[in-house]
Design a protein around this ligand. Sequence first.
Ligand code: PHB
Length: 391
Amino acid sequence: MKHQHFFAGCLAIAATALGIGSTGAQDTIKVGLVMPMTGTVGAAGQEVAAAIKLYMAQHGDTVAGKKIEILLRDDGSVPDNGKRLAQELIVNDHVAILGAGTTPSAMSMAPIATEAKVPTVVMISGTSVVTERSPYYVRTCFTLGQQSGIIADWAIKDGSRKAVSVLSDWAPGAEAGKVFEQHFTAGGGQLLETLKVPLANPDFAPFLQRARDLKPDTLFVFVPAGQAGPFAKQFAERGLDKSGIKLVGPGDIVDDNDLNGTGDSLVGVVTAGFYSAAHPSQLNKDYVAAYAKATGGKRANFISVGGYDGMHLIYEALKKTGGSADAHKLLAAMKGMSWESPRGPVSIDPDTRDIVQNVYIRKVEKKDGEPWAVEFAAFEAVKDPLHPAAK
Ligand code: PHB
């Protein structure tokens, strides 16, 4: 007995000296985020990081008795950096959970997450195949397919018959175009041509000119977060906003982060998207106000909610496991989880680990002098249509 007390005392002193007390290493859960903070899609990483910071400011940095420590790494929008940074976060920093960003980076990280058995929350990538790349991947953002079929069906109903697609030339663009074409042609429409715009430093003008020359009644456009502003500017400069050609797309082309600065050029544009800062729930109004306050007046956008909900998923999963960061317990807790997001009700499909969410049809309207994507119809609990399980 005496000896046990003595050793316990020594351990307590040693622990105090090392600084491992109630908030020590064993009580800290490290979350490693690999985000594009700079480079081509740098705006997206910053939006996710801002939303995560906000979530933690609102909910505290302790959950189920564990202190949450965020380790944010910038992949510079360079795909291979994702792999290296994920490796470093796992081996050197001992993160228990990872957050992945855009498609190329998330793809490169997948084998590392699988090998090290690290649950990874995908917060930006909208490409279907990403969640199949690792059984440890869970997605809280969106897929392009989820939105692109719905807008094609809407366009057909609205009288569109001849479309041209203008797509940012990378995986999410290819998927947006594929699902749009499937639905548009199944509805009796004709896709006249698909034009692919380089992802980095895009000059939309020649593509918009070519699209106009083809005389479509509808233009289907996908540009990623951060490019809606430059796109809208060139769209208006070419006079396309007054050409009578209907512009449609997934929500990315009316990104709330850019929409503010587009004046009248996107007014009337209809998109199918899962998030609008104008979503009329009280939860969203509070989110938009808090995000603006935390970011010096920025509008919360569709990318930010992927990060906000990603953090929510991590917190709620840890509550369910009683603070255990065991990978299989965490994944089991995440699968099937449902909650109310600023975007509306969402859940994680237990079979595919992918987000199930409402997709809204929205029209850009001016309210109090600013353009907003105003929702006027909702499709509930939409799954990714490209996942093999959907077939
Ligand atoms: C992606 O990484 O797949 C991605 C990024 C930004 C978007 C859409 C998709 O707006």
